[in-house]
Ligand binder design. Structure first.
Ligand code: UT7
Length: 330
């Protein structure tokens, strides 16, 4: 337990302009609009341009989040970016974002937890705020997976889209109703091979051979991951609720990772949460990895579905494998 409480001050998001539809994909690989809709719930996704990199999307989402908050730029005192498709292997995308925002002398670093990255970033932010080490942390989830997609592999190329989502996580005043109640993180490295970018690191450095073998793109064993996705998001959400003496009936909105509509529906079913209390935007964006949860939360706030005081359960799952959930009163 820290000295203070942390809260979500505001959210922001951004998606690039270009849209790729299921119909467009029909012309690229052996797939169909019907298969993609019925197996995933996806209809279209946004794709970054050649010129756009992760820090560009992160910058727009960060601006939106800071503008929606009552926090001044100069009062942001830490930046945490969750990404597995940053501008470069190094330096961190967080440092590039710090420079774009014109902020100086604030710590900035990336976290790598696949699609669970934003949940991990929230916990890092929360820990600093609760312990008094920071007052206003910018936590971002950003991904341009379409630049590390194998566009000849129908098993993966229909799934991903590009976007960024951001939150300003601030110290809560004793009078605030808003508060991050609790966060649960988890990981199981034994299943790392199921979702992996094989080459480009120290295990398999970049070479002509790795490029020819498509080893710099996303490899995923989708159906192996499907079952663990439901099980693990349920487990961390259930534990969070239990240890805070709440049940799923107390939750106003569940905001799950948007990887597959069937996963989302199975999770809602297992949690006994009616589907109209679940935020879903997978049809418009596909799987934007670490950006799905803050993007969906931001959209739901801006459309006035989510209101101040609502109990939110954010939950995600991804490469690592990693998973985790955030319980908060917005
Ligand atoms: O965000 C990180 C975490 N990721 C996830 O949580 C993803 C979890 N997994 C999934 O969402 C699903 O497993 C997928 C959407 C990836 C795949 O759906 P599935 O129902 O598990 O399909 P499958 O992989 O078992 O494949 C079923 C069939 C296969 O054909 P055969 O072998 O039965 O003839 C595939 O070749 O569907 C075929 N298929 C396709 N057909 C048309 C696979 N991709 C496509 C496609 N279009 N794009």
């Amino acid at each position: 337990m820290g000295n203070y409480f942390a809260k979500f001050s505001a959210f922001g998001s951004f998606a690039p302009a270009r849209i790729l539809t299921n119909k467009d994909l029909e012309k690229m690989v052996d797939t169909s609009d019907e298969w993609i809709r019925s197996r995933t719930g996806m209809v279209e996704r946004h794709i970054a341009s050649k010129e756009e990199a992760a820090s560009d999307l992160a910058y727009q989402a960060a601006l939106n989040a800071i503008e929606a908050s009552d926090v001044k730029y100069k009062d942001i005192d830490m930046i945490v970016v969750a990404t597995i498709s940053g501008d470069h292997p190094f330096p961190s995308t967080a440092c590039l974002l710090q420079h774009k925002l014109g902020l100086k002398n604030v710590p900035a670093f990336d976290v790598s937890a696949g699609c669970t990255g934003f949940i991990y970033a929230c916990d890092v932010a929360r820990q600093y705020v609760e312990n008094g080490g920071a007052s206003n942390v910018l936590a971002v989830g950003v991904e341009i997976l379409t630049k590390i997609t194998n566009w000849t592999d129908r098993n993966t190329c229909v799934l991903f889209g590009d976007a960024a989502g951001a939150a300003v996580i601030s110290r809560a005043e004793p009078t605030d109703i808003s508060r991050i109640i609790d966060i649960k993180l988890d990981a199981d490295g034994s299943m790392g091979d199921y979702l992996i970018q094989m080459a480009g690191g120290s295990r398999l450095p970049a070479s002509h051979e790795t490029v020819d073998a498509n080893q710099h793109t996303v490899y995923m064993e989708g159906n192996r991951i499907f079952k663990s996705a439901v099980k693990s998001m349920y487990a961390s959400s259930d534990e969070l609720l239990r240890r805070n003496n709440l049940t799923s009936a107390d939750v106003d909105w569940v905001i799950p990772h948007q990887a597959n509509l069937r996963i989302i529906e199975a999770l809602a079913d297992k949690m006994k949460v009616p589907i109209n209390k679940v935020i879903i935007n997978i049809q418009k964006y596909g799987n934007t990895s670490s950006a799905t949860v803050p993007l969906a939360t931001d959209e739901a706030i801006r459309s006035k579905k989510i209101r101040r005081g609502d109990i939110l359960l954010l939950t995600s799952f991804g490469a690592g494998l990693t998973w985790g959930s955030v319980l908060a009163r917005y």
